[in-house]
Each structure stands twice: as structure tokens, then as C-alpha cells.
Design a protein around this ligand. Sequence first.
Ligand code: NAD
Length: 249
Amino acid sequence: MTADFSLAGQVALVTGASSGLGRAFAGFLADAGAKVVLGARRADKCADAAAEIGENAAPAALDVTDPDSIEAALDAAEKAFGTVTILINNAGTVTNRALVDTPAAEWRQVIDTNLTGCFLMTQAVAKRMIAAGTDGRIVNISSMLGTTPTGQVHAYSASKAGVNQVTRTSALELARHGISVNAIAPGYIRTDLNTDFLDGPAGERIVKRVAQRRFGQLADLEGLLLLLTSPAGGYMTGEIVTIDGGLSL
Ligand code: NAD
């Protein structure tokens, strides 16, 4: 194999790394040789996860909606391992409610976390990459729901559609600085939080619409994550790649 998937010498920051996809992404990146900072509001959970990964991982308290918290987390990351060269914008939240029952505050909170958080993180990390003169990789965790409409997830779907366009616009603007920006748009991926739901009656209905007739596993995302963060994927930017077993077909 001539393709280079190594992340040796890279410093990755994963947002929302205290659970689910973010926790798994941190492990994948560390296994590929990166030093990894796990950021989330629950710093204690990040500390446990970082300890599990080992000496190449460090925790950071991080609220992606708060610019001061973002700057403090980036300072902590630089102190631990140096300038962040890989950013995984994974932090996210979802609410399920009919359009007519969705309070404006709930809409704003989802948009603030998923979309504005992605923008604020991208801006802060890109500024530091440019100042340090380093190339960089940014991977936004979008969702199949950013393009495929479904009921009861209005703010979430709108936020992920916004993440898709932030991916394209920031890719266009940051390419001249050697920074690529791509997105992964997963379908239903099994995590500790959703496994009861996916194994229940709703999951039984949904899985019949998945062409491959199964939900995704965390490991199904590893290959694409490594492609988008390693030299092997160096000529890709502005792409939104769906991994959903054919659900959106
Ligand atoms: P999760 O709830 O386990 O993880 C979300 C993480 O984001 C948590 O660690 C949470 O603490 C963190 N977070 C929330 N608000 C934050 C904030 N303001 N600042 C910092 N961290 C914050 O859920 P997950 O399923 O692992 O989701 C991770 C990402 O993947 C989300 O962006 C989600 O939209 C996306 N996604 C998940 C699936 C799936 O099937 N699990 C499918 C498509 C997309």
C-alpha cells in the first residue's frame, strides 16, 4: 500500500468527546498516531476517556457555544501537545418534537450548539493554524438529516444543513492556507445512548428502510475519518460524505 494514513506528528482536538462518536473518534485518531485532546463540557468524563487512551491523550473543558471556553481549551491543547492541526467538530445535540410544539428557545439551543458551535470552533482553530503557519484538517460531523427530511427534528436537520454549507464555504476560503474542510454525514450509528431506541419498535421500522438492513457501528466511520485527516485524503476538500448503509437512497 502506498497511501499514507499515518497521523504521526499531528495534534487532534475532538469536540463532544465525552461519549458516543466523539469518544470513538478520539481513540481512532490516537491509534493512527495523533496526539488527541478530548473536549466537552463534562471534563471529568473526558479525563476518564483520555486516561483510557493513554499518554497521547489529554482532556479539556470545552463549551463550543462559548468563545472564552473555546480559547481556554485551545490554550490547554497547545500547552499539552502544541498547535491543533486536526479539528473534529463533533459536539451536537438533538431534540424531537413536532414543528407546532417546538419552543423557540429549544430551536435556538440546537442551532447554537450544532451550527454556531461548528462555526466558532472552525474560526478559532483556523486562526491559530494560520498564525502558526501549519496545514490543517477540519472534519465536521453532519448527518444524513442535513439533506434528507424527516419528521420531528426540525432544528437538528436545519443545523446539519447549515453545517454542510459551512463545510463548503470554509473549505473554499481556507484552502489557500493549506487547511481542508470536509464533513461526514452518518445515518443511524449505534451508541450507548441510542441502542435501546434502535432495538425497540421504532428501530425495527427504521431498519427496514436501510438498504443494508442494519444500523451502523462506530467502526464503520473509522476509515473515512482517517482518510479525511491523513495525507491519503490530502486532495479532498469541501466534500460531505454520507455513511448510512443506503438509508438516504
Ligand atoms: P452524544 O450525545 O453521545 O454526543 C454528543 C457530545 O456532544 C456529548 O459528548 C456532549 O456532551 C457534547 N456536547 C453537547 N453540547 C456541547 C457543547 N455546547 N460543548 C461541548 N460539547 C457538547 O451523541 P452522538 O450520537 O455521539 O453524536 C455525536 C455527533 O454525531 C453529533 O454531532 C450528532 O449530531 C452526530 N450524529 C450522530 C448520529 C448517530 O447515529 N449517533 C448520526 C448522525 C450524526
